[in-house]
Design a protein around this ligand. Sequence first.
Ligand code: GLY
Length: 336
Amino acid sequence: MNITVNLGINSYDIVLDGGTLERIGKECNLNRKVLIVTDSGVPAEYAAMVGRQCKEPYFEVVESGEASKSLENFAKLHRALLNNGFNRKDCIVAVGGGVVGDLCGFVASTYMRGIDFYNVPTTVLSQVDSSIGGKTAIDFEGVKNVVGTFYQPKKVIIDFDVLDSLEPRQVVNGLSEAIKMAFTFDKALFEEIENMNTFPEIFSIIAKSILIKKDVVEKDEKESGLRKVLNFGHTLGHGIEAQKEGELLHGECVALGMTAMCEGQVRERLLKVLKKFSLPTSCDFDYEKALEFITHDKKANGSTISAIVVNEIGTFEIVDMTREELGRRLKTILEG
Ligand code: GLY
């Protein structure tokens, strides 16, 4: 299945199927110098498989984990490109999760003012979310994603077969972002997730989540409005994630953040789905520290912060919240 993201001259295809890694050479132009970047947590065989299909492959490995979205790795990859004589017609292939994708996209967008970039996301989280839409970034001075660009990939290659090697916790970590998209945009998809029983059903959920994201990105590529809805659950989630790095995964923190942005029956249905997949619905954390982090977040706008609220499944509202309102909602995560 191919999904086209229509963005004028920056349009590109997302190729989704089993076994796409084995035929990446047919999908992408690898008949040139190719810098293949992966992380130490990704089976090395995936990058090797890409390499076998390239005319002139070069390999770089970064450590797995958020700390790799660094200025040091940005320099390391630029050095690899420069030292190996890459020119503007050559390209980068990222093989890994969101960390490798965000880092490589940023390097590709800046080397010689921009070279081709192919993304091969190997986690559910990166397949449903971060690989689509052209957000690239590194972290700087302890602030996540603060240095980056909007730079669309030439193609995104999603191979469902690679998901077999993921731990169940990693799978549901990504499912959390799919739940987010369904909860805010697509009631039918939310019901599909509510009723999901077997692992292969996740392929359909990934595909439908990508269709939602594609639609949002086409309408608001640079996040001036609608795309902000994709931050549902992230405002409070980031405050918890900042404290729980290494303990909780990103999707788990988003799950917690989502629980505080809905009420009543709607919240009950969300909690039921999160519990079904063993995603957390409450958590112990330093409330004051988290609130401080949240209200200093980059999305802060004067005395209020825009947050997404769901009052009816499949719809959303953008609400400007005061520190007090955010604090009240944050407390509900402590209480569960
Ligand atoms: N992960 C949210 C976005 O791509 O806008």
